[in-house]
Design a protein around this ligand. Sequence first.
Ligand code: MV4
Length: 449
Amino acid sequence: MFKKILIANRGEIALRVIRTCKEMGIKTVAIYSTADAESLHVRFADEAVKIGPPASADSYLNIPKIMAAVEITNADAVHPGYGFLAENADFAEVCEEYGVKFIGPSAEMIRKMGDKITAKDTMIKANVPVIPGTDGLLKDLKSGIATANEVGYPVILKATAGGGGKGMRVVWNDEEFQDQWDSAKKEAKASFTNDGIYLEKFIEEPRHIEIQIIGDQYGNVIHLSERDCSIQRRHQKLVEEAPSPFLTKKLRKEMGEAAVNAGKSINYEGVGTVEFLVDKYKKFYFMEMNTRIQVEHTVTEEVLDQDLIKEQIKVAAGDKLGSKDYYPTLYAMECRINAEDPYNDFRPSPGKITSFHSPKGHGVRVDTHAYAGYTVPPYYDSMIAKLICKARSREDCILKMRRALDEFIVEGIKTTIPFHQKLMLDEKFISGKFNTSFLESFDLGEAEK
Ligand code: MV4
């Protein structure tokens, strides 16, 4: 087992990893920017290295500085968390070359899944259903229009270097094809310096359902069931839950098997997520694969009573997995509490938290790095807490979430708490009949005084 893990991240996930390391008897090293000197991950780690000024490029994204921290602290593994360098193949490669274990898949694997066309091609070979469309890059406008007519409008143009919605354009007919093609290419070039575009049939009003998998270094891959992440706004997830109210037993089994096949076909090592779109006919299609631990891993932890960070560290250290897949016996839901103003287009609301009380009681979990007196810096992601509730049914889980949200006091900044309170009272949400378009028509109403 590792002796000392450097956590190349900040915020709640840095704290989350430190907690598990402590329980496993592993020493921890925090890195921090000058904006995070008062952060809890700095306080609770065994050692902390200040690596630079607030800007991510000079701190949490700066590979040479992080490697210097690894060097001076003698850490034997690096946990990248999520975001920042978690899916940066160059960082994984530098770790490999330096001889420090990157807790995650190989640089080669990250690269393979980061290129969406390569990922999709890999899934086709593993017999995982994919969305009909071009095989490989679209060569030019003319062949694009021809393919669009073959698969039938509407179609969607996607950047092969993309993910998370950037460089995506929906096209409804031949007439608007050229404009959308030009703007997708332009955006892809500006965002990724790679303007490679591919085309797919556009799946209307899909559910976003993802399967958690874990693979060891011996070719064993198991799945840990699904999470429904359909409640999103501009590609930012706000609520995740498991099990999905949309899945049947049969579909759950099929998607689980598809995800395991996906993982096995690439000898996947570490925790990963296979994202699917599920259409209204309950047909599922591979969308992309995330090669990191995700924000919402906590939902799976609660329904399965498993510590995913512990399992992740164990497989990275060379432990063997058992062969059984896991199916949930409980219901869990996560609300992301962000320092944003939901009544003002979710505009970021950094600043000093003057008062902070997190909900407690049976079935309530709060993962957070925030506290009364903490200042939310403006430089990073706005998530300040994850509120996770679990119960025996979805209905009870929603009741518990309402109770927990009512107990959650954050003063001094605006948060997404009022949004979640309204959502938990929405009939459509309560009925479970929603899809990824749900929030486009969700009316938050007026702020209460
Ligand atoms: C799609 C799609 C419909 N059809 N692909 C959004 C992020 C990126 N990872 C892929 N995305 C989508 N791809 C086809 N062929 C709809 C989306 C999409 C979406 C997917 C999941 C969750 C929320 C979404 C919101 C808008 C669009």
